[in-house]
Design a protein around this ligand. Structure first.
Ligand code: FE2
Ligand code: FE2
Length: 302
């Protein structure tokens, strides 16, 4: 058996953490139906995301775009990120539901798990309404990623499930923290991001604890396999964030936009710096293996 540098959680401590998360959720949760301003028509003088987070920010193409085009692009990009969020939230709801199937309902962790599923359900509805308000079509991952996700949500368990959940939540977290504070971003999107950041901070705590706990006693082979599984999941999630159709929907030349976005070092460095804490955690959990690092590098997370 391998031991990692991460400390496993004792059962009593695990119960205490779940209880604290439940208390926190009771004290501060949101109903997006009433908290978000859905009524005010979309003001196109605003961005949908902080421009610095655009996949084209800093490129030659960006410098040629009109302010209107830049704002339309960040609105489509924000809608795409929200749509990818819905896709992944559906995966994680199913994984958590499967994980807690027929477990002890008096366990605070069980009640927390259902609370998290309820949060994600509200988030997905909120993202769906948000993307519609941004006048975006349905942005879905590519066919192959949709099918990989279908397999993953059906079979993934233990640390593979919780570490993948953590990656998706962490990657979204940093960008949404920027957008929620940014006065250039349309106010209703800032509210959506604020709600998500607050509620997801509890989910990330739970995912970290579960990942550490499930890895307790995991042998070398299992750790190696799951490290790669999580890295591939991360690669698919990050690669699906911005759908390539956003460019045409913002009135841009898709070919040129894709070429410049792919070579955009500024965007890659935004991603890398936002994932520094996550990579530190994966490393401490023993999930940053040689093979998994290859995928994180390709996804520009490291
Ligand atoms: Fe969420
Ligand atoms: Fe979450």
């Amino acid at each position: 058996m391998t031991s990692s540098t991460s400390s496993a959680t004792e059962p009593a401590e695990r119960e205490e953490i779940a209880r604290r998360l439940l208390d926190s959720s009771e004290a501060l949760s949101f109903d997006p139906n009433t908290e978000v301003d859905w009524e005010t028509p979309l003001d196109t003088d605003y961005h949908g995301a902080s421009p610095e987070w655009s996949t084209l920010y800093g490129t030659a193409y960006w410098n040629e775009m009109t302010e209107d085009q830049k704002r339309e692009l960040t609105r489509q990009e924000a809608a795409s990120v929200a749509s990818t969020g819905i896709w992944f939230e559906m995966i994680l709801q199913q994984m958590i539901l499967r994980d807690f199937y027929a477990k002890d309902p008096t366990d605070p962790a069980f009640q927390w798990a259902l609370t998290e599923i309820a949060d994600e359900c509200r988030h997905s509805i909120m993202f769906a309404r948000g993307a519609a308000k941004l006048r975006a079509p349905a942005y879905r991952p590519s066919r192959i990623v949709v099918e990989l996700g279908r397999a993953f949500k059906t079979v993934a368990f233990g640390e593979a499930a919780y570490a993948a959940i953590l990656v998706a939540e962490e990657v979204l977290d940093v960008m949404q923290r920027d957008w929620m504070r940014d006065e250039r971003v349309v106010p209703f999107v800032r509210t959506v991001n604020n709600i998500h950041v607050v509620e997801e901070s509890r989910h990330m705590k739970f995912a970290r604890e579960e990942t550490k706990e499930r890895l307790e006693g995991a042998g070398w082979v299992r750790r190696q396999i799951n490290a790669v599984v999580v890295a591939i999941a991360s690669y698919c999630i990050v690669g699906s964030m911005v759908n390539k159709k956003v460019y045409a929907n913002a009135g841009l030349d898709t070919k040129r936009a894709l070429r410049e976005a792919k070579a955009n070092e500024q965007h890659k460095s935004m991603l890398r710096s936002s994932c520094a804490g996550l990579m530190e955690f994966l490393d401490s959990a023993g999930l940053l293996t040689k093979a998994s690092t290859w995928f994180y590098k390709r996804a520009n997370l490291i």
